[in-house]
Each structure stands twice: as structure tokens, then as C-alpha cells.
Ligand binder design. Structure first.
Ligand SMILES: [Zn+2]
Ligand SMILES: [Zn+2]
Length: 659
């Protein structure tokens, strides 16, 4: 707990901590005003904090299946048209709609906050936050259980007509009146240290919010909110005014405003308040609730700021934070990492996709097959999208970093017909990054393939006016492979397609006096063609009994089985080899672990572990940070030793070998 508060203290660069009745308190002293922030984590989790289906993982969705089967079966089997319960039948599609609604907010918010225009709070989020907010969909499952439960118990009352205009209006008025008022006081009570430490601090653990922060609370707190939000619905049922459109619209309005309040970018235009000034007191904006997450003891409102104005808890900086966010322009990156899509499913692994997937190394998931309509739709979208798009922003010291994605897949990169189109997309990305003032651009994944890297080299020569430098990271990749080889190694077996990086690697190995064995004659001849002097340490062999293998594209499963037990496979390829041996060790593709000074990392780069960055991405950062004013692409290669030393000096570390 102390560590957590210390981190918060450092985050804001002021404050101190003391313990009161067993609860850690961060005290802020600013301009003579003393504010207390109770411990950000639920230090004493209260009863009913955890959801009962916590251990079920994604199988928790099965909990709504009995209700869905029952209501669909009853709907189909019902012979009397007037008895048919449309409400119950539509609950399932409505729950799916709610999930899609949330996901659209998550994706769009990440896209907008990465671009930076109208961003409200300029701080980073981390993997802990993504993990904590993985439970954002629990309340939708609760919603399903409540609707199905109420529909089965109160059968007749929940067999409601499709639409009643007055009923819909009554539900919304009941919300903006009593429900908002009661929420305001419930929220203030939740900030009392007793409840804050046990429940509400969980929501406030996220200072920078994302849409999925909106309903991340301990279960007891969600039950209390649902109790409040059910008042308008149940009252409308009681007075006979409930209707399907009214109930579903009410929940959708709540979702929209809740996501909006946590999206961390401002988009409500000023004219919205100019045409009807009282709107300021009726509906909040994203900046309003963002301030509740940074200031803690102001702006308690759910959606209607009136009660904060009435009880004097509105934050003094509410208007200025809103106006500044509206004025904020898109961020100009210092370094751009240019990657691309790999498999059709890879869109879900992007930071703009599913946060829970993107925060873990990419592996194929069977359930993504059910997403095929969205997958096909996204593929059509990439087909028409004529430029790379931003997917992530981060920072290293004073450098602003962005990741851009070329909207093409592996299969298109391997097609000769697409080469010209892809080269044009890469060139356009270089031009765009240069126009935005970026110092460097690193070529990720197949953008660094020799075909495209050579094209970039020619393009940079043809356009000397470009200030940006392009790096494919081959020297750092060679350095990483070289330094991954165990110290006592005297010989390595090299197997894989020969390229410029492999030649650099073999040259460095020979200089170190390490024997390099190749098993394929064409690879051996190709390497000698690069440099005949390699002959002294490079040998053509028929034996596979070497225990350190440097592997690239073209390594077969059959060959892997020829390796002795305990062999270390160190890839120099862009993609990792298929792991077919359980008794051997596989290293990751050339990558390094980012130091703590790289901020806002909350997604994994392709298959790499958390906080690991590919060699080319690290090289782009290091070249810009150190001011290496050179291109490294095509036939050009930078100094292996210099880039390695600079990476270590900047805090990047090699990855340990995993089994
Ligand atoms: Zn609060
Ligand atoms: Zn909130």
C-alpha cells in the first residue's frame, strides 16, 4: 500500500503520506490548501467486493444463456400474439448491443487520445489499470440476470408495449430528478473514508480514465447504482407507463454518458451551451468528470452538474479545463514506429482493439472465430483505407512516440502484386511523419523486409529535402542476437534465409572468434559472396549437434528435431519460429525491455512480452534520442557496438531466455 501511495505521490510530485486508523492517506499541500486523498486501492475490501463469477473467466457469459433460452423458447412457442413477450425476447440482442456500444467507445477513445487533439489529461496508463478494468463487462452480465429475473418473476408487468412517448419521457425525468439527486449523495457518502477505503477507491485507482473505467467498481457498489437506476424503470412499470423503447433508451443514454465522462477527450462544442445555457447544469461533459478523478473531492455528479452547483462542490477549474481541452491540437510525434497488421485477427490485438487481448502477447484465440462478421468488415475497411493509421502513443524522456499501422496484412506483404502499393503507403507515412516534425521513423515487421527497406533507401536518396531519418534496426537486431548467445559459446549453427542483417551478425561472430556452422550450401555460398574473409570462421557442416542455433525464416520442424536436448534457439528473423521442442529453449525475436522512463505502455507489441519492444522500435528511439543523424535501411547499416551501448545507456535491457 505504501508503495502504491508513494507512486501516486511521485506521479504528482508533491504530497506526503500518513496512516489514519489503519488507512494510508496521501496529503497534498498546494498553495496553502490541504487536501487528503484516501488510499487509492481498496485497502480493506468490504463485503460483496468480488463478483461471484470472478473465477469463470470468459465463461461468465454463460450465466445469461438460461434466461436467453427460456425467453426465446417462450416467445416462439407463444400462440397468442398479445401474450408474446417482446421485451424478454429482445434482452439478449440488447445486451450484445451494449457490449458493442462500450467497445466502440473504448476503440474510439484510444484512437483520439493517441492522436492527442482535445485530450483532457496528459498522463499515462499502465498494464495494472488494464488488468483491473478487465471486469468492465460484469455489470452487463448483471443487467442480463436482472432483466431476465424480473421478466420471469413479474411476467405480466414486464410484458410491456413497444413504445409510449409519455412513458419514455417519465423514465428520463425520473432519472434527472430523484435518481440524480440520490446518486449525488450516495457518491459523497462513498467518499467517506470508511466506504472509500472499502469500495470506491477501486474506481479512483484510475486517475487517467478510459471508457471501460466507467463501470469498474466492487460488486456491492454496482448493486447500489443499479438500485438507484432501477427506480425510474420500476416506477414506470408500477404506473403502467413502461415501454421497451423507453427502458432500452434509458440504459443506452446511461451508457453513452458514462462512457463519455471517462473517455479523456473533449468533444462537446461550446455552441452546445451557447444555444441553451441551462444545459451546463443538466448534462456534464468529459472534462467535468475527468476532474473528479484528478481532484477526488469535487464534481460528484453522475451526469447532471446541477447538484454540484447547488451544494458548492463544483471544481473551480471546471470551465478552464474544458476550454483548454477543446483548444488542444493533435500531438506531433518525435519518433514514429511503422508497423502493419499481421493476421485478420490482429486488429483485436491492437491497442485500439480489445484492451484485455492487446495487453497480452498475441496468440490466436479460438473464440475470435465468432467475430468473423467484424473481422471481414475490418478487412474491407483496410482495403479502402489509403494511409497508415495511429494506434498508440507513448513517451520516452522528452520524446513523444507514436505507433502507426499500415493497413495491410502478412498475406499482402508476401504478394508481389501488392509490393508497389505497400511501398507507396510506407513512403506516404514517411512524408506524413516528416511533415509533423518527427525526427525518426522505424520500420517494424515486414516493412523492414529487404524489398521495402531497399525501396525506402532509394526514396530517401531521391528526397534529400526530408529531415526525418528512417531506421530498420538491423544493427541493433544483430547486437541483440550477438548478446543473447551464452558467454562460453564457441560455435553456433546458423539456419535461415540470408539477408544483410545475417551477414552483419556472422561478421560480428567471426570477429569474436565464434565458429559459425551452416548446413545449407546456398546459405554458405551467399554469405561468402558478401565477404570472402568470413571463410576463416564460417564452415559448411552436415552435423546438427551444436547447442546454440541462430534461426531465421525457412527453419523446418524436421530440422528442429535434429537439435540436441537443451538447445537454445535464438531467432534473427522478424517472426518467431514455431516452437516444436519442449526440451529446448526459445528466445524471442530481437527485442529489449523498455526502461521505466518509457511511459504509457499498456499494450504488447505483437507476440512480445509486456514492456518489450522490437529491435527496430528501440533503434528508432535510440537514434532520435542520441541524435544519430543517419538513415539505416537498404544496404546501409549503422554501428552494431554503438547502437548497443547507447541502448544500454538509455536503460533498455536484454530479455531473459524463456523455456
Ligand atoms: Zn468518486
Ligand atoms: Zn469515474
Amino acid at each position: 500500500m505504501y508503495e502504491c501511495l508513494k507512486a501516486i505521490s511521485e506521479f504528482f510530485e508533491f504530497g506526503y503520506i500518513y496512516t489514519y486508523k489503519g488507512i494510508d492517506i496521501l496529503v497534498e499541500l498546494q498553495k496553502g490548501i490541504r487536501k487528503e486523498w484516501w488510499s487509492n486501492m481498496a485497502s480493506k475490501p468490504g463485503i460483496l467486493s468480488d463478483w461471484p463469477w470472478k473465477s469463470m473467466g470468459n465463461f461468465k457469459y454463460a450465466l445469461v444463456v438460461p434466461g436467453a433460452i427460456y425467453s426465446t423458447y417462450s416467445f416462439i412457442m407463444c400462440k397468442d400474439e398479445n401474450e408474446r413477450n417482446w421485451f424478454m425476447f429482445l434482452v439478449l440482442p440488447f445486451l450484445v448491443f451494449r457490449l458493442i456500444h462500450y467497445q466502440l467507445w473504448i476503440s474510439y477513445s484510444r484512437y483520439r487520445t493517441a492522436k492527442g487533439n482535445n485530450r483532457i489529461l496528459d498522463k499515462s496508463i499502465d498494464f495494472d489499470q488494464v488488468d483491473r478494468e478487465r471486469s468492465w463487462d460484469d455489470q452487463i452480465i448483471l443487467n442480463g440476470i436482472l432483466f431476465y429475473g424480473a421478466g420471469i418473476v413479474l411476467k405480466d408487468q414486464f410484458n410491456m408495449p413497444f413504445f409510449k412517448a409519455d412513458g419514455t419521457l417519465i423514465i428520463l425525468l425520473l432519472h434527472w430528478g430523484p435518481a440524480e439527486f440520490l446518486y449525488y449523495w450516495l457518491h459523497r457518502a462513498l467518499h467517506h473514508h470508511y466506504l472509500y477505503a472499502r469500495y470506491h477507491s477501486h474506481h479512483h485507482s484510475s486517475i487517467v480514465t478510459e471508457p471501460n473505467t466507467s463501470f469498474v467498481h466492487p460488486m456491492a457498489e454496482v448493486l447500489a447504482y443499479y438500485g438507484l437506476l432501477l427506480i425510474p424503470t420500476l416506477l414506470s412499470v408500477y404506473i403502467g407507463k413502461a415501454n421497451i423503447v423507453g427502458v432500452f433508451t434509458y440504459v443506452t443514454v446511461i451508457d453513452f454518458l458514462n462512457n463519455m465522462g471517462h473517455c479523456n477527450f473533449e468533444f462537446i462544442p461550446q455552441w452546445f451551451y451557447t444555444i441553451f445555457p441551462p444545459l451546463k447544469y443538466i448534462v456534464y461533459n468529459p472534462s467535468f468528470h475527468s476532474l473528479h478523478h484528478t481532484q477526488f473531492r469535487t464534481n460528484y455528479t453522475l451526469f447532471c452538474p446541477l447538484y454540484d452547483y447547488v451544494y458548492g462542490t463544483v471544481d473551480k477549474s471546471t470551465d478552464s479545463v474544458y476550454e483548454n481541452a477543446l483548444k488542444r491540437e493533435a500531438e506531433s510525434p518525435d519518433v514514429v514506429h511503422l508497423s502493419h497488421l499481421t493476421t485478420p485477427d490482429s486488429i483485436y490485438h491492437l491497442p485500439l482493439g480489445f484492451p484485455s487481448l492487446s495487453s497480452k502477447p498475441q496468440v490466436s484465440k479460438w473464440y475470435l472465430l465468432f467475430m468473423w462478421p467484424v473481422t471481414v468488415w475490418s478487412m474491407l475497411l483496410t482495403w479502402v483505407l489509403g494511409h497508415a493509421f495511429i494506434s498508440e502513443r507513448s513517451a520516452f524522456k522528452k520524446l513523444k512516440l507514436q505507433a502507426w499501422v499500415v493497413p495491410k496484412y502478412n498475406m499482402q506483404y508476401s504478394s508481389k502484386w501488392q509490393r508497389e502499393t505497400i511501398s507507396k503507403l510506407i513512403e506516404q507515412a514517411i512524408r506524413d511523419a516528416d511533415k509533423k516534425g518527427a525526427k525518426g521513423l522505424s520500420l517494424g515487421l515486414l516493412n523492414q523486409h529487404e524489398v521495402f527497406s531497399r525501396n525506402v533507401e532509394l526514396y530517401m536518396k531521391r528526397n534529400p529535402q526530408l529531415k526525418i531519418k528512417v531506421v530498420d534496426g538491423s544493427s541493433l537486431a544483430a547486437a541483440i542476437v550477438l548478446n543473447s548467445i551464452p558467454k562460453e559459446t564457441t560455435q553456433v549453427l546458423l539456419r535461415g534465409r540470408v539477408s544483410k542483417d545475417v551477414y552483419v551478425l556472422v561478421q560480428a561472430l567471426c570477429q569474436k572468434g565464434i565458429k559459425v556452422l551452416t548446413v545449407q550450401e546456398d546459405e554458405y555460398k551467399k554469405l561468402l559472396k558478401f565477404d570472402n574473409k568470413l571463410q576463416s570462421n564460417l564452415f559448411l557442416s552436415e552435423r546438427y549437434d551444436t547447442k546454440v542455433w541462430l534461426v531465421g525464416d525457412g527453419l523446418t520442424d524436421k530440422e528442429q528435431f535434429k537439435a540436441p536436448k537443451g538447445t537454445i534457439f535464438i531467432p534473427f528473423s522478424i517472426f518467431p519460429p514455431k516452437k516444436v521442442r519442449k526440451d529446448c529453449y526459445y528466445h524471442t525475436t530481437p527485442a529489449m525491455v523498455a526502461p521505466a522512463s518509457v511511459e504509457n505502455l499498456h499494450s504488447c507489441e505483437d507476440w512480445l512480452p509486456r514492456r518489450a519492444m522490437s529491435a527496430s522500435r528501440v533503434a528508432g528511439i535510440i537514434h532520435a534520442s542520441e541524435g544519430f543523424d543517419v538513415n539505416e535501411c537498404g544496404g546501409t547499416i549503422f554501428s552494431v557496438d554503438k547502437v548497443w551501448e547507447a541502448s544500454l545507456e538509455n536503460g533498455f535491457r536484454p530479455l531473459p531466455i524463456s523455456t
